[in-house]
Design a protein around this ligand. Structure first.
Ligand code: IPM
Ligand code: MG
Length: 363
């Protein structure tokens, strides 16, 4: 199969982790007789430096023309003082909105090889951690009006949180459909004891539940959910939630699996053209040192093959290669325990990529 992939290397560790993911894609293409072509796209801080805009129109157009987009990470302290609507992150939000990818799928699954890297007690980890956060990605407070005004001699800042029934319904359906393919348990997370948008959220979820009688729907307030994720993560199968709650809870969920560096994500809308990115940020403090963990990006590339290109066997081959490399004891710094590390080998970003490539096998 011939596929055109838009590639956003971005800022910080973005370029080095994407480099490894592209090598993994090349090896997979070679083994399974595909042809992947890459189109470079500037987005984030590097686009601000080069074009004065975090996502120039023609860059978005390249993404829309592609079969899918692979993204490293954007942002960094260098652009901290640029105006809010010109920040690197704004490029990312415009990309997500421009592609219409309203559904962000973030798995929180513990790799058995990394169970000791979890900060949770063994008795909790041993009950199993394997759930998915379905995060609404192009609505809510991220996309409401943002303004800072002077009122009675002081600055007052406003961020608007707005959701329509239609926006809630379409992400709700993804939540129910995802649950149908897994353990048939869906937890809708909101703050309906305070927010109107959450009360509407909850009502729409319950209306949808009638269409999915096999799915057991529960409601949970977001503060309680944050607590339950560390107290007993085994209770969750699929969590569906709004944009900002999903942002926060997915960082928490990733940490209990050992490291945020391991977690991929997929974002999809009405078409097969998706956006694939690790959930971590650009980590400017370790950029350029060849010590970042490329696995989150490599697994994001695997998700692209599975969800956008229907290449199941190819995606399995990449995930199995990652598993074999972990079995053999190779670890980047973020998953290398400071104690009890005998039998483990500390490796950098490019070496981790090389080991994974070496382990990709067909069938
Ligand atoms: C994420 C990130 C982004 C978000 C930032 C970089 C805008 O934290 O993908 O989780 O908040 O969505
Ligand atoms: Mg985040």
């Amino acid at each position: 199969m011939q596929k055109n992939i838009a590639v956003i290397r971005g800022d910080g560790i973005g370029p080095e982790i994407v480099e490894q993911a592209l090598k993994v894609l090349d090896k997979t293409a070679e083994l399974f007789c595909h042809n992947f072509e890459y189109t470079d796209v500037d987005m984030g801080g590097c686009a601000i430096d080069k074009w004065g805009d975090p996502l120039p129109e023609e860059m978005l157009a390249k993404c829309l023309d592609s079969d899918s987009v692979l993204l490293g990470a954007v942002g960094g302290p260098k652009w901290n003082d640029v105006p809010g609507n010109m920040r690197p992150e704004k490029g990312l939000l415009r990309l997500r909105a421009g592609m219409g990818v309203y559904s962000n799928n973030r798995p929180a699954k513990i790799w058995p090889q990394l169970s000791s890297a979890s900060p949770l007690k063994e008795s909790i980890v041993n009950k199993g951690i394997d759930f998915i956060i379905v995060r609404e990605l192009i609505g809510g407070i991220y996309f409401g009006t943002h303004k800072t005004e002077l009122a009675e001699g002081q600055k007052v800042a406003v961020d608007e949180l707005k959701y329509s029934e239609a926006e809630i319904e379409r992400i709700g359906r993804i939540g129910f459909e995802t649950a149908m393919k897994r353990g048939k348990k869906l937890c809708s997370v909101e703050k309906s004891n305070v927010l109107d948008s959450s009360r509407l959220w909850k009502a729409v979820m319950h209306r949808l539940a009638d269409e999915y009688p096999e799915v057991e729907l529960s409601d949970m307030l977001v503060d309680n959910c944050a607590m339950q994720i560390v107290k007993d993560p085994s209770q969750f199968d699929v969590v569906v939630t709004e944009n900002m709650f999903g942002d926060i809870l997915s960082d928490e969920a990733s940490m209990i699996t050992g490291s945020i560096g391991m977690i991929p994500s997929s974002s999809l809308g009405a078409t097969k053209c998706g956006l694939y990115e690790p959930i971590h940020g650009s980590a400017p403090d370790i950029a350029g040192k060849d010590i970042a963990n490329p696995i989150g990006t490599i697994l994001s590339a695997a998700m692209m093959l599975r969800f956008s290109f229907d290449m199941e066997k190819e995606a399995d081959a990449i995930e199995e290669a990652v598993s074999r490399v972990l079995d053999a004891g190779y670890r980047t710094g973020d998953i290398f325990p400071s104690e009890d590390n005998s039998g483990l080998t500390l490796v950098g970003c490019s070496e981790m990529g090389r080991l994974i490539i070496e382990n990709i096998q067909k069938g």
